[in-house]
Ligand binder design. Structure first.
Ligand SMILES: Cc1ncc(COP(=O)(O)O)c(C=O)c1O
Length: 371
């Protein structure tokens, strides 16, 4: 039996009627741009994120780019972030006119290390972007005070962490709740995926919400009057309709991901070679990815491929080693924890519709490789 890494067709079969009806309502109305679905989605996601405002935009990449543009970065301005993330986290810093400064990660959770952030702060530092990688949050109770102490803007890249929570000073906090801005991606493979590109920003700040809303509409608060230069980063009404129709299913999907993760972890715990993901006890992990660490990772990959078992390496080359950032002068050895992670991680199928027999097959295939 082959097991895909993700089965969006299986999900489609369960939600088809709801989503197609929602799409047809937009199509019958022929209202494709900034229709009421966009405002409804913004309100729903803001509520889910315990945020005052939601501002939808065209992608998770733009959800990072727009708040970075709002910083008016000058040449030489620095933004501290993690090298162990999807490219957009750092690419947007560059595209907003800043220089990414990469710091190392925690070896257990793969999230950015708070002491490493503090050590990298210079007079040119303007902001910090944390990534809540694979679905569990970074150590916000340490990072927020660092940002506050140094007057830095804190952005939460929550592309992979919709609905994730963390106990912070005795209170449950949502992904996106504590930063100046929290971002989301609704790329189709995300826990809540659109049928194309889509993203959203959340914030508690009234003035920033207004500014971000403007920046996604060519910098104008009303038609043909432009206070500043923005871009076209609207979210299509059709995508908002898809997301609103899927949203009621999200809690159930998250629960199924957690159960799948628990089954894997029960099977792998104590194995001499297979290291299951470490969940920080303060976190409610939503398992966008289930990522193990293993020796001889590339050989295991080949063996899984031969058995048609889906898997992926997120991420095979940390961002400080990407050719486009060679001018930043990092090299192998600069950030050893991130480099060890990129050489040993492997993500396994964790999607909600994964069947028990399929999961057993994945477990057996991984275990048998090390026998
Ligand atoms: C951590 C992270 N940041 C940013 C993005 C960018 O989102 P998008 O693909 O919607 O532009 C992604 C997703 O692909 C991501 O995983």
């Amino acid at each position: 039996m082959s097991v895909p890494l993700l089965d969006l067709v299986a999900q489609y079969q369960t939600i088809k009627d709801d989503v197609l009806a929602a799409l047809m309502a937009v199509i019958e109305r022929q209202g494709f741009i900034m229709g009421p679905e966009v405002g409804r989605l913004e309100a729903e996601i803001a509520r889910l994120s315990h945020a005052k405002h939601g501002i939808a935009c065209a992608s998770g990449t733009d959800a990072l780019l727009l708040p970075l543009k709002a910083l008016n970065l000058q040449p030489g301005d620095e933004v501290i972030t993690t090298p162990f993330t999807f490219f957009a986290t750092a690419g947007t810093i560059h595209n907003a006119g800043g220089a990414p400064v990469f710091v190392d990660i925690d070896p257990g959770t793969f999230n950015i290390s708070p002491p490493a952030i503090e050590a990298a702060i210079t007079p040119r530092t303007r902001a910090i972007i944390v990534v809540h990688l694979f679905g569990q949050m970074a150590v916000m109770e340490e990072i927020s005070p660092i940002a506050a102490r140094h007057g830095l803007v804190l952005i939460e890249d929550g592309a992979q962490s919709i609905g994730a929570q963390r106990m912070v000073d005795g209170t449950r906090r949502m992904s996106g709740e504590l930063g100046a801005v929290g971002t989301l991606s609704f790329f189709p493979t995300k826990n809540l995926g659109a049928w194309g590109d889509a993203g959203l920003m959340v914030t508690q700040d009234d003035a920033l919400a207004e500014r971000l809303g403007r920046l996604r509409l060519h910098g104008g608060s009303r038609q043909y009057l432009h206070e500043e230069v923005g871009t076209n980063s609207r979210l299509d009404s059709l995508q908002a309709a898809v997301l609103l129709a899927k949203l009621p299913y999200l809690a159930g999907w998250t629960e199924a991901r957690k159960q799948n993760a628990a089954r894997y972890t029960a099977a792998f715990t104590g194995h001499p070679d297979i290291c299951p993901p470490r969940v920080d006890p303060a976190n409610d992990h939503i398992f966008h990815q289930y990522t193990i660490q293993v020796p001889r990772r590339d050989e295991l990959q080949a063996s899984l491929k031969a058995k048609s078992i889906g898997h992926a390496v997120y991420y095979p080359l940390a961002l400080h080693l990407q050719p486009c950032f060679a001018h930043l002068r990092y090299s192998r050895g600069s950030l050893p924890v991130a480099e060890a992670a990129m050489d040993s991680v492997l993500s396994l199928p964790i999607y909600p519709e994964l069947k028990r027999e399929q999961q057993d097959e994945v477990i057996e295939a991984v275990q048998s490789f090390y026998r």
